[in-house]
Design a protein around this ligand. Sequence first.
Ligand code: FMN
Length: 327
Amino acid sequence: MDKRSEKSSVSVEMAPMEGITTAVFRRVYTKWFKGIDRMYTPFLVANSTHRFKTREKREIEICSQDLVPQIMTNNAQHFIWAALELQKAGFGEVNLNAGCPSATVTTKKKGAGMLEDIRAFRAFLDEIFLAKESGSFPEISVKTRVGVSSYLEAEDIADLYSRYPFSRVIVHPRIRDDFYKNEPNREAFGIFYDRIPHETLVFNGDLRTPEDVRKIREAFPEISGIMIGRGLLADLFLPERIRRGDDAAGDLSPDGEKEILSGFLEELYDEYERGLSESAAIAKMKDLWNFMAVSFPDNKKQIKAISKSGNVREYKAAVVNCLRTYS
Ligand SMILES: Cc1cc2nc3c(=O)[nH]c(=O)nc-3n(C[C@H](O)[C@H](O)[C@H](O)COP(=O)(O)O)c2cc1C
């Protein structure tokens, strides 16, 4: 294997981010940027209504090989309903959310809250995998944290996942109580690395540069993928840089990058504005800029102008100003 293909052999996956990596974002992003192998929808709630909300339906309107819908529920029958519904829509895999740390979710024992009661979680998994064995069913993957309030929980959780034929186990090695504090815990990821088939294992958490990815792959050489969220939003060229294993995005000059970035931001705004009011479209762009801002440390004034812009004219002028010094 030559050096280049060895570098790119890991699958590079876009993390689901509620409100940010929407269908509109994913469509426009993949038109302008390269390097992403798989994407996940932000979570879709499966509940007793056995119906997705209109906003959720938009997420799954366009079915593609590289898109995996994510389901949030702790009820096996609701999960099975959603999985079959998504299979009918053409999806070959569904992803279970066992990682969301938000209190509104975990107090209902969903998301990372599922990890609190291993017996209940096991009963849930038994039921959904039984359904999978019994008939036509999509592949099941999971995106998980490694515990709720202690890293000592990681072993039991990894043991539990190792009993089931998940197509992918995406591990964000933080506990729920850490939210996004502290560093992802490599030791905890190691516990999963020891127990979960490597061809299904994906690392997620705080990967912001090709160097971060290189270090993770050095520590865990056989993982099948890496998932990037905030790092991708901060540097939209990151997947391409990771593929190349260096800091340069393809053969692009800073001017070339700037052109792509401007084109992308313009089209994303226009696409949002087609379905939303002007102020809602601007709000969507500001949400994105909140994550992009770290890449413009010397442009505090320009970033502030973006966040204060009250109409499209002000917003677009502030963006042009901010990108003027892009290098
Ligand atoms: C605003 C926001 C929304 C998120 N929405 C979801 C979601 O819908 N489903 C999910 O599994 N994770 C969600 N996450 C978690 C990310 O997918 C990811 O696991 C986390 O940000 C850590 O990865 P990163 O350091 O690469 O960003 C969200 C995170 C943020 C910051």
